[in-house]
Design a protein. Sequence first.
Length: 367
Amino acid sequence: MAENVPTYWDYLKVDQLLDLQGGLDNDETQLMPDELHFILVHQTLELWFKLILSELRLARDHLAAPEVPEEHIPHVVHHLGRIIEILKLGASQFDVVETLTSRDFLGFRDKLSPASGFQSFQLREIEILMGLEESQRVRLGKVTAMDYLRGLAKRSTGGANAWSHIQQARSETTLLTALGQWLHRTPIQGSHPADAGDDRAVDAFLTEYLDAYQQANDEQLEKMIAIGAAPEAGLRARFDATRAGAHAFLGAEDMPLSQRPYTRRIRAAILFVECYRELPLLAWPRRLLDTVAELEERVVLFRHRHARMVERVIGRRVGTGGSSGVDYLDKTAQYRVFQDLWSVRTLLLKRESLPPLRNPDFYGFAS
């Protein structure tokens, strides 16, 4: 009797994996030329999406803890860094798709309808777990992607399964929320949220920073006027708008009154970490913020690369799922989840212009 020795094929379930490319007829012999290529690339993307979801949840779980030990931040950066590399690889797979000519794709495109990449519930799940709000979604006439998937759940078994995953994701803490909770606890000028006088410490930091920001803006404005960079009236209006925007952003004036103190401290924390990023205690927090920003950048680049691939292969036709095709994809590339991380970059100052650091020993190496 042969021994039941585990093999590479057993571990990876390769037999089952290679038996999943039969298309709607579940028969590879019935596939059109180049259809196997199309199926394989998109199945591979869905497998990468599965790993992204796993890594997102691991990173989120670290940050969502009531207290996050400093040594856990490198783990968050590690998991998010893996997602970044997956997104780079995913975008490069569109190079393989582009070996499909327009005419060859049209040979089997009608078989897909109304199926569409628009229906990828895992991509929607990634968006949800990152923190994309329903109100931010591009609409398809009167409905959003969530409305569309909810409708599919009533008409197909696959749609019902997809919708169950969406509902689960919507019940979870998002990476955006977990990051905000962690940032809210960040010590600013040595002060924690639970400390007596923390509001005064945050106010003092923001007041000093906005004074320094205005001085730097005034100096830049005068230099631009002196060299005639643009008509003076227009320059002054733009710089005035920039200063007003800085005050509004750091004052969280875009938020409801009840949420302003919380949001204000988060934005002050982002600014503080960016300003004094060289300090030992802020080295990993700064790395984390950079990694989250790069993660979102890679998502945007993935969406843009997807849109250009679609445009190259089928132009600006209506999508197989009824979307506006490339136009819809281009609009989704405008999504921003971690908007505060991008907005704060408009306010940064050179090192020499920064307000003095209070309690510097707090942010140094432990003796």
